[in-house]
Design a protein around this ligand. Structure first.
Ligand code: CMP
Length: 928
């Protein structure tokens, strides 16, 4: 509806001319641009072009005209209209001005003449909702006047304009005196009521539609308990039993077991199956920063986060989450909500949960009124919740309400190995379909390795392994090379810095010269040793190959393990040659399962033989024997490279590689990968399978399952091939992996005692006690062999027996205990090797220059680097003592980590094996 404009009235009544009005309109526009609103009449009066009395008369006239054309008043008599015009006031309002504040007392009634107004309401949680927009001819503000209640809504100006205002007394008089006026008001109110109702209906329908959407979104999941074992059948029976009632339930099981699937099954078999199924992991619920300044969890913030996640919050309830949030209990109405890791709920929220389970209503954080909701709660936990009640004060009432007395127990995968085959087949089919591959078979060896592993990460770990295998495989069958078993360490990070962030180091690893140039130099070095060994002088002090090999190379390799893990293996020419031959001329066969299964044992035997032959052939004094030893390592490596893929020798069989890998566990350097990038972003795993330019990890390792330094040779191949820059070269606490591992490696229980045994052997031989007897023997090698077998046997016995004393026999298997102790012995073993090779470094290496001078007929004896035997012993003892201290530190951390015990220091019972081994090392060096 449009009313006649003020200008028209002015011209009609000849109060001003069109030019004046134009000028006034222009001025009004200019003022408007400056943010000032002035009505035309006022501008004309101020400019002296209009008489105020004329304006008053004209306005009254205008108001009468307006009233006559508005529905509300048009049926009234001219006298009445004139009466109302006498009490009404016309006012102009700029955009944004608030005319009515919700909750105020009503004092006027309004009629819109021009512009646009908005009626709005601010909800309990602070959301502004527009109820309506009204234009010329429409009225508002009658409700508070009629009912005496406060204003039902707020009103502001959307588009600048004028309003006709009738004060409350005048309005009351009109209502009481004119039944027609009341009638029209009732019409307006009925209309509003009708429109309001339709809006409410539409809003409820939308809410219901949202809920349906949530239900549909959560109903697409598949939950299945695969297996035929007794344990799984019992669980299926329990699921069926629990699904029949609607009470809260508790599911317990180690982490990675299918607790979610069990909850899903209960939901799908219950009569809530069409409702939403929502899960929340309380352990990872947070809201921005959840740590306080000291770095420990901020309990108040965590509790608020949990509160808001489950129950929601109203707008402004949380300073760090300004918008309103619906809680799971509101969204999931009619369905099931799974609360994972329920023991992480704060005490307060536990109480609120008890209340919700009992009464079915909850109060959103900061809310005024409680909300009714029908939810079935299923809680899951990886800990013994009953113990939590007794020790950590978990709410007993909540425990009982969840059915804690009779929870559903999901068995760990290692206790239902019978199901592994079926589970693997099921997952293989599932993931093959997902990625669109047709993988029909699985090699027997794959099953063997799956069966042999204990799956500490349970079904989740198996799923990750099979999913990855499906991605990796390039054939229609899964082979052992596709199955990469292994998990990230439990404690990630700690003190660590990625060295690849340093430009120079990254460039070094990315450059094609690394490790090729170093390999070439090392290759020439070995050729020289072999040539000198076979064709050079066999006299000690006249053939530099001895000083170079035993005095320099070997000690430097040992030192390199401590400083930079297995970096020597990246440089080793045996590996380089293997790669070259395999790539250019090899048959590239897959690794035989025998080598996969028993390679570690063969390498261990080889290591024993190397140490034995060193003594039997007195290698540090025999150039030919030294050359033979090097050749005997090259030859099998070359033969294997001709047949098999990549560096099979380095990965599975090289004795020195096993020693270097073992010692490297102490290193402050590690190559790892960002597990999240590898598992979520990477689809081609080129670090492992290779790409157009690279063949993939030469030692069949994959950074994404790497959790120790034993096998990685730091060749940087993965750094070059990964498009996601996932590999990292961490500087870490030295030897960190010795206590942060998830599951002990079986190779540790083998290599630890074996190397220790060879150390007894080498140390005792060095003392020279047996020398007088041995020289009388014809077959000295038999004596040495027997002697070594005995020392190794004793070392195994020592580790096995002492590990029973140090570790809790009830919680660990003998094999695990031996491994644990081997882990803690690593620094001490390293200490012995340092001491042993230090003597050679000084004794033999120190003579390098005089021997070199001999080749040129020069007497360079003055260039000898030497140290008195006493001082060498002091050094050796210091190395062992450092080893003892480091081993104790590792053992302490390991015990803390494994048993989650706040152990302050080690008891004598726990520490004596280390002390005894340290003492025997010191004795051997002292007497040597
Ligand atoms: P009152 O409650 O006095 O003050 C606010 C006014 O807004 C109210 O009277 C009505 O005139 C008007 N109002 C309230 N709700 C609506 C609505 N849904 N649609 C249009 N106008 C409304």
């Amino acid at each position: 509806m449009a009313f006649k404009k003020m200008g028209d009235y002015l011209i009609e009544r000849q109060a001003c001319d069109a030019q004046m009005i134009h000028a006034a309109i222009e001025q009004q526009t200019t003022l408007k641009n400056e943010g000032i609103y002035k009505p035309i009449g006022q501008i004309l009066i101020e400019s002296g072009n209009l008489n105020p009395r004329d304006l008053e008369l004209i306005l009254r006239h205008q108001i009468e005209d307006i009233l006559r054309s508005v529905d509300l008043f048009k049926s009234l008599s001219p006298e009445l209209i004139s009466k109302i015009a006498g009490v009404a006031e016309c006012m102009a309002f700029p955009k944004g001005e608030i005319i009515i504040h919700e909750g105020d007392q009503g004092d006027s009634f309004y009629q819109v003449i021009s512009g646009l107004i908005r009626v709005f309401h601010v909800s309990e949680d602070g959301v502004e909702v527009t109820l309506n927009t009204l234009g010329p001819g429409e009225s508002f503000g009658e409700m508070a006047l009629l009912t005496g209640e406060p204003r039902s809504a707020s009103v502001d100006i959307q588009e600048a304009g004028s309003l006709l205002i009738i004060s409350k007394p005048a309005f009351d008089q009109l209502v009481s005196e004119m039944p027609e006026f009341s009638l029209v008001l009732s019409k307006i109110l009925s209309n509003r009521l009708h429109r309001g109702t339709s809006k409410i209906v539409r809003a409820s329908a939308t809410e219901k539609a949202y809920q349906r959407f949530v239900s549909e979104q959560s109903s697409g999941f598949e939950a299945k308990l695969v297996g035929r074992s007794k344990a799984i059948k019992q669980l299926q029976d329990r699921v069926a039993e629990v699904s029949e009632n609607d009470g809260a339930a508790l599911i317990l099981g180690e982490s990675g077991t299918e607790k979610d699937d069990v909850a899903g099954l209960i939901h799908l078999s219950s009569n809530r199956k069409d409702g939403p199924f929502l899960t929340v992991d309380i352990k990872s619920v947070n809201m921005g920063r959840t740590l306080d300044r000291s770095g420990s969890p901020d309990p108040i913030r965590l509790e608020l986060a949990q509160d808001s996640t489950l129950f929601g919050h109203v707008k402004g309830a949380l300073p760090f989450a300004p918008e309103r949030r619906l809680g799971l209990f509101q969204v999931g109405d009619g369905g099931t909500v799974v609360i994972e890791n329920v023991e992480y709920l704060s005490a307060n929220i536990q109480r609120q949960l008890v209340d919700f389970i009992q009464h079915g209503r909850f109060l959103p954080l900061g809310g005024q009124s409680s909300i009714l909701s029908s939810i079935r709660i299923i809680a899951t936990s990886s800990v013994d919740l009953e113990k939590e009640v007794q020790i950590n004060g978990f709410n007993k009432q909540l425990f009982d309400l969840l059915g804690g007395g009779n929870p559903l127990m999901v068995p760990p995968l290692r206790k239902r190995k019978k199901d592994l085959r079926q589970l693997t087949e099921y997952l293989l089919e599932l993931y093959s379909e997902q990625v669109g591959k047709s993988i029909t078979g699985i090699d027997v060896d794959v099953y063997k390795s799956i069966m042999a592993y204990d799956w500490p990460g349970n079904t989740d770990e198996l799923k990750a392994v099979i999913r990855r295998a499906v991605n990796l495989t390039q054939s229609s069958r899964l082979t052992p090379e596709d199955i990469l078993i292994g998990m990230a360490p439990q404690v990630a990070g700690g003190l660590s810095f990625n060295l690849l962030k340093l430009d120079r180091i990254r460039q070094l690893f990315l450059s094609s010269a690394f490790p090729n140039v170093a390999q070439l130099i090392a290759g020439l070095f070995f050729v020289l040793i072999i040539c000198l060994g076979f064709w050079g002088s066999q006299k000690l002090g006249s053939n530099i190959s001895l000083e170079l090999t035993w005095g320099l190379w070997e000690p430097l390799v040992i030192i390199s393990c401590i400083l930079a893990a297995r970096i020597w293996c990246a440089v080793c020419p045996v590996g380089a040659l293997s790669s070259l031959i395999s790539h250019k001329y090899g048959l590239k066969r897959n690794i035989p399962s025998f080598i996969r299964s028993y390679g570690g044992y063969l390498a261990a035997v080889g290591l024993g033989l190397v140490f034995l032959s060193e003594v039997v052939f007195n290698m540090p004094a025999s150039p030919r024997a030294t050359a033979m030893l090097i050749l005997s390592i090259f030859l099998p490596a070359v033969v294997l490279a001709l047949i098999y893929r990549r560096r099979i020798w380095c990965r599975f069989l090289c004795p020195l590689g096993k020693l270097v890998g073992f010692l490297s566990r102490c290193s402050p350097v590690e190559l790892r990968a960002n597990y999240n990038i590898c598992n979520n972003d990477c689809k081609d795993h080129s670090c492992y399978v290779g790409n157009d330019f690279r063949t993939g990890c030469p030692v069949f390792e994959a950074p994404f399952v790497l959790h120790n330094n034993q096998e990685c040779i730091l060749c940087g191949d993965c750094i070059k091939s990964c498009p996601n820059q996932s590999p990292v070269l961490n500087l870490r606490a030295p030897g960190q992996e010795l206590w942060t591992f998830r599951k002990p490696d079986s190779i540790m229980a083998l290599l630890g005692p074996l190397i220790m045994g060879t150390q007894f052997f080498r140390g005792l031989v060095k003392t020279g006690y047996f020398h007088p007897y041995i020289t009388t023997l014809n077959q000295q090698w038999i004596f040495y062999s027997l002697f070594m077998v005995i020392t190794i046997f004793l070392a195994f016995l020592f580790v096995r027996m002492t590990s029973n004393v140090v570790f809790d026999t009830a919680k660990t298997t003998p094999q695990e205990r031996s491994s644990f102790l081997s882990y803690s012995f690593v620094p001490l073993i390293v200490g012995f090797e340092l001491g042993f090779h230090f003597e050679r470094l000084i004794g033999l290496g120190g003579r390098l220059l005089p021997t070199l001078g001999g080749y040129f007929g020069l007497d360079w004896d003055f260039l000898v680097v030497s140290m008195g035997p006493g001082l060498i012993k002091v050094h050796q003892i210091v190395f062992v003592l450092i080893g003892v201290l480091a081993s104790r530190a590792v053992l302490l951390r390991l015990l803390r980590h494994r048993h989650h015990a706040p152990l302050k220091r080690l008891s004598l019972r726990q520490t004596w094996p280390i002390m005894l081994l340290g003492a025997s090392d010191i004795l051997m060096f002292w007497a040597g």
